[in-house]
Design a protein. Structure first.
Length: 391
């Protein structure tokens, strides 16, 4: 009889269940309690830190409650109007007993928006367009705020609390323009039957937006910043995952794995996954720092096409600045010494770093009395060194 297939315990690339989160119990509890209490929360954290998994786990935890949870990623919609339509369709389905009643509720509560409702009875889904072909409604911020008002009224009518979770919330602010913050605050602060969680990965933008008394989101809700997961929690999790009848693990190998992943949760899970598979393929053995390095080479080689596409999409000076971020550890990039070393003017470096940040390749991180830039994906640096060395 063949031996049973071993399951790789390290998951990445998708939303994790609540039981699979590593040391995020307090953050998860704060999101859940905010929703249960009908409050408002800004969840702020870099990409790859598990923000979306926390939101998914919160929705999972609330599945058996009375709250109608509406969780949407603002980045996946081509306009604010399309996001608004998805929110309204989701609210109608969760706040009414069946799809027919959902359609009736949409037409009743959103009559001024002239909704056109299309049904797919086989899949029990519906989609919405606003206005008519002769007079379509602009797919802009006012449409989204109208829908948020409608959702709160539907929650009142259903005598059921609702929660709107908007992931990558900064997309709404960027698309809505300068007045978006004031319009959204003016809308949601009047809602008493809908909780809100605004989550985003543009950490500097969201921190500034919520920390300035002169801006609309000042004290609208609590703020929760996601930082790195403590290494003690990772050590326990990784040690357990690598402990199998034919596997052993050196403590130094775990430290090395976390070092090269720069403590980014997604990258730790990804590198652990590949390291585990290499041990399995070799029939077992001990995870060492050298084997972690082998797994990292395999990983970045496998992602060569993606990394190559990113690198080739950069202008020459952007490539130079990105190399500076890597080689200088992201520090003192505007100092005269660094600028001279890379042949860039201070104004050019500022502009290029801002462009790389907006593309999601780097982020600014504040430490104790200092600021530095970090790669969103620390493995990009390993890939670049590998290909430029000719290996």
């Amino acid at each position: 009889m063949p031996a049973p297939t071993l399951h790789n315990p390290f998951e990445f690339g998708g939303e994790l269940k609540a039981s699979s989160l590593v040391d995020r119990e307090q953050e998860l509890d704060q999101v859940v309690r905010t929703i249960e209490n009908g409050g408002k929360l800004f969840l702020i954290g870099p990409r790859r830190y598990g923000k979306t998994s926390i939101l998914a786990a919160a929705e999972e935890k609330l599945a058996g409650s009375k709250v109608a949870v509406l969780r949407f990623d603002a980045e996946v919609y081509e306009s604010l109007g399309h996001l608004a339509a998805a929110l309204l369709a989701g609210a109608a389905k969760k706040l009414t007993p069946n799809i027919e009643k959902a359609g009736e509720a949409i037409k009743r509560f959103a009559a001024k928006l002239k909704p056109q409702v299309d049904y797919d009875l086989a899949d029990q889904t519906l989609s919405i367009t606003f206005g008519t072909s002769a007079k379509p409604i602009p797919q802009t911020l006012p449409l989204l705020t109208d829908v948020l008002n409608i959702i709160d009224r539907m929650a009142v009518a259903a005598n059921q609390p609702a929660a709107v979770i908007l992931d990558e919330f900064q997309q709404i602010i960027e698309e809505g323009g300068a007045t978006a913050e004031r319009q959204i605050r003016g809308t949601v602060q009047r809602h008493h039957h809908t909780a809100y969680v605004f989550a985003g990965s543009k950490t500097r933008m969201l921190a500034d937006m919520t920390n300035d008394p002169a801006r609309a989101f000042w004290k609208l809700g609590a703020r929760l910043f996601l930082g790195p997961i403590p290494r003690a929690a990772w050590r326990a999790f990784l040690s357990h995952g690598f402990t199998r009848p034919a596997f052993k693990v050196q403590a130094a190998a775990l430290e090395h794995l976390m070092d090269v992943a720069e403590d980014v949760p997604f990258n730790i899970q990804q590198l652990a996954n590949v390291s585990w598979e290499q041990l399995r393929a070799s029939g077992g053995g001990t995870l060492t720092a050298a084997r972690v390095d082998d797994a990292l080479v395999r990983l970045v080689t496998r992602e060569n096409s993606s990394y190559t596409q990113i690198w080739n999409s950069l202008a020459r000076q952007q490539k130079i600045a990105l190399k500076a971020v890597i080689d200088e550890g992201g520090k003192d990039l505007r100092s005269a010494e660094v600028l001279a070393r890379y042949g860039l003017a201070a104004s050019s470096m500022h502009k290029i770093l801002k462009a790389l940040d907006s593309r999601g390749l780097i982020r600014e991180e504040e430490g104790l009395g200092s600021m530095r830039y970090r790669l969103e994906d620390p493995f990009l640096a390993r890939w670049l060194r590998l290909v430029q060395s000719g290996s």
